[in-house]
Design a protein around this ligand. Structure first.
Ligand SMILES: Cc1cc2nc3c(=O)[nH]c(=O)nc-3n(C[C@H](O)[C@H](O)[C@H](O)COP(=O)(O)OP(=O)(O)OC[C@H]3O[C@@H](n4cnc5c(N)ncnc54)[C@H](O)[C@@H]3O)c2cc1C
Length: 399
């Protein structure tokens, strides 16, 4: 890493040490959802004031005008704190950049800066009850009407729809075309007449997921992003924008160090758990996998530093992290005994083994394990493509 980037990291560490404690950890304990969201918005605005919000987006829309590597460096440091970042995890990472790429300039000027500052939140309305991994099989209907489009149907698993002001949505505009070819992409006001949001209750206290229903929702022509029936390409672009997500063990998985500390203080058959051969083997396995993950991460950083895109590193890293998080969680829960099945509020991700085991989100959202394995099989091992029996056939054939 060159001197300039080292300097950037040191500045970020310094800035975070000054500002982050007032927005993280103890400062969040006991806050209601609304209070935590308000804190998150203030944190986002503070970052925007100092060029740390949306680091890679242009300054004219409120972004930091920086590089991908600077963004990764800042994220790495920011994730060391338990900050309320989750409400913006979709908004600024995928919908905002795609909106800025395709929307008319007056719309970009109007919605870009307040989104960067966190005053506006966006959601991404892609998945449906029968379209997730195979997104192109979606059904939400877009029909032509005077001055725009009318949308009818349903989306599901929409993160943060209940607090979103705007959303990006993909709908079927021509069912007579093959499934990838008949889709159009729009942005929409989540408060528009006919949009209704219904929460999906999860096992824990998380309240991020929703169903969204469309009942004759009018979308003006100027809110179309990309070509009519060219929406699938825009959707793929949206998903590719977050080129490399910094999901490291400090952010998502309980740390090995806290596990070792716990094993030191637990007993297995009356003996210290740290002396148990199975526990020791687990520690070694996780240590080795973690070293592998770090090596993959450094390769991705090197690619960015050399002006290249990381290859399948992101898929490999997400796959391993998701599995690691759950497998360490399950061993930890065994050591914790009856306490291991209790979900405690205000638990830091670094020692929340129960949630790490119970919550498979990381293994589903942004590509399931199986889909990631397919990507690695095709792109790394050069194996033949998955069987696609409906390729090239009209979407409505036989329906
Ligand atoms: C926490 C969370 C947040 C989310 N947020 C959003 C959001 O904001 N917006 C949004 O649009 N969506 C969101 N999603 C939905 C997410 O994108 C989908 O859940 C995901 O794409 C998988 O789709 P699915 O649930 O329909 O499962 P399916 O695609 O039906 O898969 C079911 C099972 O079949 C396997 N499978 C499917 N196809 C293949 C294949 N070709 N080969 C081998 N196995 C296969 C899968 O791996 C999986 O195990 C979110 C999901 C989660 C868990």
């Amino acid at each position: 890493m060159n001197k300039e980037l080292e300097q950037y990291r040191l500045q970020a560490i310094d800035w975070l040490a000054t500002h982050a404690p007032a927005y993280s950890g103890e400062a969040r304990k006991g806050l209601s959802f609304e209070q935590d969201l308000a804190l998150a918005k203030t944190w986002q605005a503070l970052k925007a004031d100092h060029g740390y919000a949306c680091i890679t987006l242009p300054g004219e829309y409120g972004g930091g005008g920086g590089s991908e590597l600077q963004k990764v460096i800042f994220c790495e440091e920011e994730m060391r704190y338990d900050l309320p970042l989750v409400y913006f995890s979709i908004s600024v990472n995928n919908p905002l950049p795609i909106f800025l790429r395709y929307a008319p300039e007056e719309w970009r000027k109007r919605l870009g800066p307040p989104t960067v500052r966190g005053d506006l939140i966006w959601c991404q309305l892609f998945s449906e009850p029968s379209a997730g991994s195979d997104l192109a099989s979606l059904r939400l209907k877009a029909e032509r009407t005077e001055g725009g489009w009318k949308l009818n149907g349903q989306k599901v698993w929409t993160s943060w729809a209940q607090i979103s002001d705007w959303g990006v949505v993909i709908a079927r505009s021509d069912p007579s075309l093959p499934k990838h070819a008949g889709l159009t992409y729009f942005f929409l006001d989540m408060k528009a007449p006919g949009v209704s949001v219904r929460p999906i209750h999860r096992l824990g206290e998380e309240c991020d997921l929703n169903e969204v229903f469309f009942d004759d929702v009018f979308i003006p022509d100027e809110q179309q992003l990309g070509e009519v029936n060219g929406g699938f390409r825009v959707a793929v672009e949206t998903l590719m924008i977050e080129r490399y997500a910094v999901t490291d063990e400090s952010g998502y998985a309980p740390a090995l160090e806290t596990f070792i500390e716990m094993a030191r203080n637990s007993l297995v058959d009356g003996q210290p758990a740290l002396d148990d051969p199975q526990v020791r083997t687990k520690i070694v396995d996780v240590f080795i996998e973690r070293q592998g993950l770090r090596a993959i991460h450094h390769r991705a950083l090197e690619a960015f530093a050399n002006g290249k895109e990381p290859g399948p590193e992101g898929a490999m890293r997400k796959l391993l992290l998701g599995r690691l998080r759950q497998s360490l969680g399950s061993v930890a829960m065994n050591l914790l005994g009856a306490n291991g099945v209790r979900l405690l509020p205000d638990r830091h991700p670094l020692n929340d083994y129960t949630r790490a085991w119970l919550d498979p989100s990381l293994r589903i959202a942004g590509g399931t394990d199986e889909l990631l394995l397919n990507t690695l099989a095709e792109r790394v091992l050069g194996l033949p493509q998955d069987h696609r029996p409906d390729k090239g056939k009209p979407y409505n054939a036989g329906k």
